[in-house]
Structure formats: C-alpha cells, structure tokens
Design a protein around this ligand. Structure first.
Ligand code: CUA
Length: 155
C-alpha cells in the first residue's frame, strides 16, 4: 500500500514540529537555564544540623535592604519560628528539610515552593507592605501537617 502524498507531508511536518519543540524546551532549560532554579544544591539530610549554613538557622542581614533567612523545615515546624524584617527588604530564603517533603507558601505572595530532604531550596521575595505574612506548609507531611505554620512580620 502506498501512502498518500499529503499524508507523508503532514507526518513529516508534525514530527518535525515535535522535535523542534523538544529542542527549544531543552535549549531554554539547560543552555539558558530558564528551568525552575530549585534542586541545584544538595545536602546530606542526616547532617543538616552540622552543615553550614543550616547549623545556625536565623535571619541575617546581607545588604542594605537585603536579608537571608536560613531555615530548616521539620515535622511540624519552621526554624526560625519568628521572623521580623523591615519593610522594603529583599529576602532570600535558603531552606532544607530534615525529614520529609514539606511545602513553603507565603500567603498573599507568589511564593510557593517544595522543600525536600537532601536538597537546598532558595527563593527570593521582596516585602514592601508592612504586616504579618502567614507561612504555611502545603505538602502533606503527617499528622501535624495542618498545624505547621509560622509568620513573617514586616514593619
Ligand atoms: Cu510540613 Cu505539611
């Protein structure tokens, strides 16, 4: 049986398109590094307490309006538990989990990340509006999951 000429043309075209899209997506992700920036750095989840910077979780000023929050997540809490920063600050959250996969969501912002044991998650957010921001774990992590929350105070 012979293929119709048009059929051949469309098959060739659609195959070329699929390959083209894959090449574009791969190029953007790997060559231009436009993929999600997570999971680049790893850590031994058994040794979080001894591994810098997680051996000293806390809020650190890194520039005039820049802060870094070094945070560990564990069932069922965030460390540090109370975060206070001045309005207008750009905050980099550097996080890892000491046990299971947790979520890190800041209500009222676009911040929504997964924090997995073995990986370091970094996410940036600028807080212009003073107020209390609720941080929630949005990955089911066990019996106390719904109690896992904390706040950031911006003043
Ligand atoms: Cu941690 Cu849910």
């Amino acid at each position: 049986m012979q293929m119709h000429k048009h059929e051949k043309i469309w098959l060739t075209l659609s195959s070329a398109m699929i390959i083209g899209f894959l090449l574009i997506a791969g190029y953007q992700t790997f060559a231009l590094e436009l993929g999600p920036p997570s999971h680049k750095e790893t850590i031994d989840p058994q040794k979080v307490d001894e591994t810098a910077p997680f051996d000293e979780p806390g809020v650190y000023q890194t520039g005039e309006n820049e802060y870094e929050v070094v945070m560990t997540l564990q069932i069922f809490s965030f460390t540090p538990n109370e975060i206070e920063i001045p309005a207008g600050s750009e905050v980099t959250f550097t996080m890892t989990s000491k046990d299971v996969t947790h979520g890190f969501q800041i209500a009222g912002t676009n911040v929504n990340a997964m924090v997995m044991p073995g990986y370091i998650q970094k996410i940036k957010q600028t807080f212009n509006e003073p107020g209390e921001y609720l941080i929630l774990c949005n990955e089911y992590c066990g019996a106390g999951h719904q109690m896992m929350s904390t706040t950031i105070t911006v003043k």
